[in-house]
Design a protein around this ligand. Structure first.
Ligand SMILES: O=C(O)C(=O)C[C@H](O)[C@H](O)CO
Ligand SMILES: [Mg+2]
Length: 402
């Protein structure tokens, strides 16, 4: 079998998605997600200008060799653009391999380890009361786990709190919006939210929270301690992780479980976190962490150190990534949870898929491959439209983390 052609499809059915489609001389096709929120065209160019010419004529069944060829062979290693491009190739090749075998992808990975993939939904509100109401809606829909984010008194806007509740879209403007941040105000408010949530819903539902990399290690330790009575499933991205050793401070002070990794793209970015047992959940996922081939290595290292998976699954990851992630989640022995923000009906129409939600769990379906397709005619009706994630400044104007 040989790769006959490959192309990049950029479409914007409400938000931008970059998809790689690989076709073989035997008429099989495979799809991979290459979407990098706010930097989409950089990955599209990396694929079209630098990767696709090297793929033509290769045997698509040599998934591992092609991964090594693109990773080691490029000389320049890692980084979100490169690794999203490699992920797209890898996902498309696994899709082809599974289709050639006539099997759903989870079978090739090692078969089912569970009957369904537990997911968490996103509830957010302008204030505590609204957030409590939004959590109730997710629980009514059958979710077993809900992430809760809330507006902070004294701050005019907060990332993660949106007007459109079900279809929250993180990239919100033609040029980046600038939000204001105060760790002091945040640290005072968040424990009150979780106190109200536990009062209202008890300890049955899993509750999660995302700090979007905004705290210092000692502030993160304080957050973890103050949330301990409410027994969170996890607190996420409490500090940026360029300095992995900084997590030792957080770990020494709190037993609130820690999740991080949605912006990681290689094993090396989480090696210390995993090997020293500084985290509980690794959030890396297929599209930004080098595809199934590399994510599998991260998960295997994590398993040895009692770290479980919690793949990123926001709406800027396309249904192609979600489909592949669900096959991975169905197999991976140390599965923890999967994030699930539902895509809009427009996006679902462009990407017909076989996965489905029922009673708090997603199921990948049994279609050969990863089970996600693209309607190219429909995709062509939605041209690229530039959009950025918001940025974050302290109240005195200092540029800050997010
Ligand atoms: O889904 C999450 O946990 C996020 O933090 C969402 C991210 O901000 C979003 O996917 C960025 O592209
Ligand atoms: Mg996050």
């Amino acid at each position: 079998m040989k790769i006959r052609s490959a192309k990049v499809i950029v479409t914007c059915p409400g938000r931008n998605f970059v998809t790689l489609k690989i076709e073989t001389d035997e008429g099989l096709t495979g799809l991979g997600d290459a979407t990098l929120n706010g930097r989409e065209l950089a990955v599209a160019s990396y694929l079209t200008d630098h990767v696709i010419p090297c793929l033509i004529g290769r045997d698509p069944q040599q998934v591992e060799d092609i991964w090594q060829y693109l990773y080691r062979g490029a000389y320049w290693r890692g980084g979100p653009v490169t690794m999203s491009a490699i992920a797209a190739v890898d996902t498309a090749l696994w899709d082809i391999k599974a289709k050639a075998a006539g099997m759903p992808l989870y079978q090739l990975l090692g078969g089912k380890s569970r009957n369904g993939v537990m997911v968490y939904g996103h509830a957010n509100g302008a204030d505590i009361s609204e957030t409590v109401d939004e959590v109730a809606k997710f629980l009514d829909l059958g979710y077993k786990a809900v992430r809760a984010q809330c507006g902070i008194p004294g701050l005019p806007s907060t990332y993660g709190v949106s007007k459109d509740k079900m279809f929250y879209e993180p990239a919100d403007a033609d040029l980046p919006t600038e939000n204001l941040w105060s760790s002091e105000k945040y640290l005072d408010h968040v424990p009150q939210l979780f106190e109200r949530l536990r009062d209202k819903f008890g300890f049955g539902p899993h509750l999660l929270h995302d700090a979007h990399h905004r705290l210092t290690p000692i502030e993160a330790a304080r957050l973890g301690k103050s949330l301990e009575p409410y027994r969170l499933f996890w607190m996420e991205d409490v500090v940026p992780a360029e300095n992995q050793a900084a997590f030792r401070t957080i770990r020494q002070h709190t037993v609130t479980p820690i999740a991080i990794g949605e912006i990681f793209n290689t094993l090396w970015q989480c090696q210390t976190l995993i090997e020293e047992g500084l985290i509980d959940y690794i959030r890396a996922t297929v599209v930004h962490a080098g595809g199934i081939t590399h994510l599998r290595r991260i998960a295997t290292l994590a398993d040895i150190h009692h770290v479980r998976t919690g793949c990123h699954g926001a709406t800027d990851l396309s249904p192609v990534c979600m489909g592949a992630a669900l096959h991975f989640d169905t197999w991976v022995p140390n599965f923890g949870i999967q994030e699930y923000m539902t895509h809009t009906p427009e996006t679902d129409a462009v990407f017909p898929h076989s996965y489905w939600f029922e009673d708090g769990y997603l199921h990948p379906g049994d279609t050969p491959g990863h089970g996600v397709d693209i309607d190219e005619e429909l995709a062509a009706k939605y041209p690229y439209s530039r959009a950025y994630l918001p940025m974050n400044r302290l109240q005195d104007g200092t540029m800050y983390n997010w």
